[in-house]
Ligand binder design. Structure first.
Ligand code: CMP
Length: 137
């Protein structure tokens, strides 16, 4: 059993597709072990995406991720990290396979509807960043 972190980004929250995205997870064997809706601060978003700090898109990424509330979840299931990435589709929605969350709900590489941990190791780090152990049930 694995756990992974999922964020429904401000574009998808604004569009009103939180439920549709959660349905993709639950219909594919991923259980919601934790969930909250939050407005990220610039510091939180910057620290969360710290590995990208030197990338040219960092400033836009932080600006976008703080442009409205996000829904943050811990997803749990067999092979949860890879399963979530398969359900999300490619980072750039233009390259995302048909039927994936990003192909169906995302507009651009910045406004790409969802974030998901890219490895089991990072999943552990990202879950700890947002959730106390007692909040993951
Ligand atoms: P995410 O999976 O949340 O991780 C970092 C985010 O940076 C990524 O999704 C994209 O929304 C955003 N981003 C913007 N430009 C790029 C890029 N050229 N390569 C990777 N990620 C990018």
């Amino acid at each position: 059993m694995e756990q992974t972190l999922s964020i429904i980004k401000p574009d998808a929250v604004k569009k009103g597709v939180i439920g549709k995205i959660i349905d993709r997870f639950e219909s594919n064997g991923l259980r919601i072990a934790a969930m909250k809706k939050v407005q990220l601060s610039e510091t939180q978003a910057g620290d969360f995406y710290g590995v990208h700090r030197e990338r040219p898109f960092f400033k836009d990424l932080v600006e976008f991720m703080t442009s409205g509330p996000v829904v943050i979840m811990v997803l749990e299931g067999e092979g949860a990290v890879l399963k979530n990435r398969d359900l999300m589709g490619a980072t750039n929605p233009k390259e995302a396979a048909a039927g994936t969350i990003r192909a169906d709900f995302a507009e651009s590489i910045d406004a790409n509807a969802v974030h998901g941990s890219d490895s089991l190791e990072n999943a552990g780090i990202e879950i700890k960043f947002f959730f106390d152990k007692s909040e993951v049930l």
